[in-house]
Design a protein around this ligand. Structure first.
Ligand code: XLS
Ligand code: NI
Ligand code: NI
Length: 437
């Protein structure tokens, strides 16, 4: 088998003093953090779409990426050769997982039948590559947004035949995810949203989306797929308003349509920030309601208002993510998928290694820092004390629901004034967190 990344061998952990750019400084897969190896805690995944299908094109210019194994055609041969390059990359990197959309791995044919056939051929190559390398599938999904038929959406399209086509496509995508041992299946809205309310029946579109997700999970049950379903929030892009806006909107949707027992959330950093939230907010909001399933790790740009999908290198960000992930005891069966792409100017194959090494090191550091903060109970004690007035007395009664407005009025008339407030100590806490970085 031809080598696609010659001169690059398996990326090893060399420790923080190493100056080797092709080595991990912080990600030692065997190191224990809160009783788990970093390998099992972080469950890193490489995404197929950005890493092996990203060309570097933008609205102002064509692709820039040098990918010697790729002949630039949509042929099946090319797709199969790409699988070899992908698995060489993922196994040299030492990431245990990968993720894909159906159309990333195999070309769309002229008909559904032909597309399914193409997918079957590439799935056999993926299966062989998984067996050869030990790399596993974190999740599969279907691309329901690139083809022109999906201009009005897929499950939320105004065209019932497009709904049917999308259903057939997702049926197949779930089946191949199952065949490849995928541990999760993701729904990302794509064009499930609207551009203008003048032409939109929002109620019907949401009903259809829910119907679609029920059908998907019913089919999964029928074929014996036990993987976790994940819904991925994103507020806008490509549509003006995406129905999966943020964790709160997704949760309301899942709850309203009786899907909460079947579907959790896949939270992505750049989507959180586009929604006007921090990633930590989205993670904590999902975690506290029991639906934090997996994450798409990336980051946006402070100065750009779209989904730039950069690799995460900010240690504050990864520390905040890991504070929540550790609180939950990890993400399994979810993981940390790098839904991130190298910049257009980083066009050489080796840049793919630098990018992933940086992201993996950043999350490993975040994990160790977060574990130290948790070990010293820095935040835990502050929060515990801050709400102590609810641990007994009137606060306890409020939480238990054993008092009413009239009781509280009597209590306050008697007492006169509340106990004095204490400081929130925000600046002090920010300083203390900095001490751990
Ligand atoms: C796009 C999404 C997409 C999903 C998978 O913004 O992040 O890549 O993760 O369909
Ligand atoms: Ni994503
Ligand atoms: Ni995204």
């Amino acid at each position: 088998m031809a080598e696609h990344f010659p001169g690059i061998s398996r990326i090893e952990y060399e420790g923080p003093k190493s100056r080797n750019p092709l080595a991990f400084k912080h990600y030692n897969p065997d190191e224990l953090v809160e009783g788990k190896t970093l390998r099992d805690l972080l469950r890193y995944s490489v995404c197929y779409w950005h890493t092996f299908r990203g060309t570097g094109s933008d609205p102002f210019g064509s692709g820039t990426m040098l990918r010697p194994w790729d002949d630039g055609t949509e042929s099946l041969d090319n797709a199969v050769r790409r699988v070899d390059a992908a698995f060489e990359f993922i196994s040299k990197l030492g990431a245990p997982y990968y993720c894909f959309h159906d159309r990333d791995v195999a070309p769309e044919g002229a008909t559904l039948r032909e597309s399914n056939h193409n997918l079957d051929v590439v799935v056999q190559a993926l299966k062989a590559a998984q067996e050869r390398t030990g790399v596993k599938l974190l999740w599969g999904t279907a691309n329901l947004f690139s083809h022109p038929r999906y201009m009005h959406g897929a499950a939320t399209s105004c065209n019932a035949d497009v709904f049917a086509y999308a259903a057939a496509q997702v049926k197949k995508a779930i089946e191949v995810t199952y065949e490849l041992g995928g541990e999760n299946y993701v729904f990302w809205g794509g064009r499930e949203g609207y551009m203008n309310l003048y032409n939109t029946n929002m109620q019907r579109e949401l009903d259809h989306l829910a119907r679609f997700m029920h059908m998907a999970s019913n089919h999964a049950r029928t074929i014996g797929f036990k993987g976790q379903f994940l819904f991925e929030p994103k507020p806008k892009e490509p549509t003006k308003h995406q129905y999966d806006f943020d964790a709160a909107a997704c949760l309301n949707f899942l709850r309203a349509y009786g899907l909460l027992d079947r579907v959790k959330l896949n939270i992505e950093t750049n989507h959180a920030t586009l929604a006007g939230h921090t990633m930590m907010h989205e993670l904590e909001y999902s975690r506290m309601q029991g639906v934090l399933g997996s994450i798409d790790a990336n980051t946006g740009d402070l100065l750009l208002g779209w989904d730039t999908d950069q690799f995460p290198t900010d240690i504050y960000l990864t520390t905040q993510c890991m504070l929540v992930i550790l609180k939950q005891g990890g993400l399994a069966p979810g993981g940390i998928n790098f839904d991130a792409k190298v910049r257009r100017e980083s066009f050489e194959p080796v840049d793919l290694f630098y990018a992933h090494i940086g992201g993996m090191d950043a999350f490993a550091r975040g994990a160790k820092i977060a574990a130290a903060i948790r070990r010293d109970k820095v935040l835990e004690e502050v929060i515990q004390k801050r709400y102590a007035s609810y641990d007994d007395g009137i606060g306890r009664k409020i939480e238990l629901g054993s008092v009413h407005f009239t009781d509280l009025e009597a209590y306050m008339l008697e007492k006169g004034n509340p106990e004095p407030n204490s400081s929130g100590r925000q600046e002090l806490l920010e300083n203390i967190i900095n001490d751990y970085l």
